[in-house]
Write a protein of this length. Structure first.
Ligand code: GDP
Ligand code: MG
Length: 439
């Protein structure tokens, strides 16, 4: 993956006490290849590398004691810049209207509901308006999602074909709903379709929305970028929501998006659940691409459900490699509240690699129930010092938890590996802090 190859390149750079122009050029060539492999647009990758190179060859870097660290920092800063610099909030001045556009399956309907839920949490009064007249099921889908989050949904008659009329009726409906933000979910197509674009143009003209958000599937890479351009030309987009970043999406889409379209990524979707939605922070994303972990995002995401102090402590223990089975139980309790694990784990340092080492179904919640049962069958001392759990203890634990000795062995082994991994990441982070680098 992009972050793996970058990590390797940086490891090499960090190893050098002194750095030559050749070291830098070699490293940057590798980085450029990684970027292209990750589906970053060619000219963007090239510009990016040139900028980093120029700064990296600067005198202060070349003469510093730890040039490798400094180059990584330059890389981080440039990456942040490439991703858009500062987070760009939505324009929600009245009349706040948000038009969601994009291809079929990109996640418009889901994202509309995610956004509504988020705005509601912020104390606003969102309304959802179904404008997908092509698929009656899409209207129902939005209705169901709206009901889940207790947000009123305008559902046009199934026989209606005029989008502008629907919008007109919806605005009238909205007057009685006491809403403050209107979110319009529209239809998509498999590919850009001129008829659809014409309809969208009319709708856009009528609504004159403050925000027109392109919803794009991160997994589609370069296609997402050209789709964004196309929609921008047609109706003028004000921002991008990048969805499905929880999957195997190549990070390249995120990297090219801002550079090519000039439009900010405002939110990201990281799972099917409505909670799996965050503001896009360029700096944090840069850190994530560089696999620095994103403890801040994680804490924010869990803060709603558990207290921040506890989460911070837990994240810190993880990073320091002091994680034992008691922490594991705590985390288990949090995880139960949180829902999908993939998104959360992806934010932790080194987790992507860890996930690869785990068996494919290791993140399955049933499996977690077994793990939890095993840990609950341990004595407090065993939880603190898993290394004392030898033969007969293992047998006892398997029996007590209603599992098998194979499962107990496996958990202990995985846990040991996880700790090792966390420890080495923790060390790296500490080191970087001392350097005054990017930690
Ligand atoms: P639309 O056709 O653009 O309205 O797309 P939908 O909102 O109906 O979403 C299409 C599919 O993608 C649904 O199965 C969603 O659950 C799924 N989906 C949407 N956003 C995300 C995301 O961020 N991550 C994942 N894994 N799935 C998503
Ligand atoms: Mg839809």
């Amino acid at each position: 993956s992009l972050s793996d190859s970058l990590e390797n390149t940086f490891k090499k750079l960090r190893g050098h006490g002194k750095i030559s122009e050749k070291n830098i050029s070699d490293a940057l060539r590798e980085v450029r290849l990684s970027l292209l492999e990750a589906d970053v647009e060619f000219s963007i990758a090239k510009d990016f590398i040139n900028k980093v190179k120029e700064k990296a060859l600067g005198e202060t870097v070349m003469k510093s004691i730890k040039p490798g660290e400094q180059i990584v920092k330059i890389f981080h800063d440039e990456l942040t810049e490439l991703l858009g610099g500062d987070q760009v909030p939505l324009d929600l001045n009245p009349p706040a209207r948000i038009l969601m556009v994009g291809l079929n399956g990109a996640g418009k309907t889901t994202t509309s509901a995610k956004l509504a839920m988020r705005l509601k949490k912020e104390g606003r009064r969102p309304l959802l308006i179904a404008c997908d007249l092509y698929r009656p099921a899409a209207i129902e889908q939005l209705g169901t999602l709206g009901a889940q989050i207790d947000v009123p949904v305008y559902k046009p008659d199934a026989s209606e074909t005029n989008l502008v009329k629907v919008a007109k009726d919806a605005l009238k409906w909205a007057e009685d709903q006491n809403g403050t933000v209107l979110i319009f979910d529209t239809a998509g197509r498999q590919e850009i379709d001129e008829k659809l674009i014409e309809e969208l143009k009319d709708l856009h003209k009528f609504l004159d929305p403050k925000e027109t958000l392109l919803v794009a599937d991160a997994a589609t890479g370069q296609q997402a970028v050209s789709v964004a351009n196309h929609f921008d030309e047609a109706v003028g987009i004000t921002g991008i929501v990048l969805t499905k970043l929880d999957g195997d999406a190549r990070g390249g889409a995120a990297l090219s998006m801002r550079g090519v379209t000039g439009k900010p990524i405002k939110y990201i979707g990281e799972g099917e659940k409505l909670e799996n939605f965050s503001e896009f922070h360029p700096e944090r994303m840069a850190g994530r691409i560089l696999d620095m972990g994103d403890v801040v995002s994680m804490v924010e995401q869990v803060a709603d459900k558990i207290d921040e102090e506890k989460a911070m402590k837990s994240a810190k223990r993880m990073q320091e490699g002091k994680f034992d089975f008691n922490d594991f139980l705590d985390q288990m309790a949090m995880i139960k509240n949180l829902g999908p694990l993939d998104g959360l784990l992806g934010m932790l340092p080194g987790m992507k690699k860890l996930k690869k080492q785990l068996p494919a179904d290791a993140l399955n919640t049933d499996k977690f129930k077994h793990m939890e049962a095993i840990v609950l069958s341990m004595t407090p001392k065993e939880r603190e010092r898993p290394e004392i759990i030898k033969g007969t203890r293992r047998k006892r634990i398997a029996k007590g938890s209603g599992t098998t000795i194979i499962e107990v062995n496996r958990l202990l082994k995985q846990f040991g590996e996880m700790r090792k991994m966390m420890r080495s990441k923790g060390k790296m982070k500490q080191m970087m802090k001392q350097m005054g680098g990017m930690g």
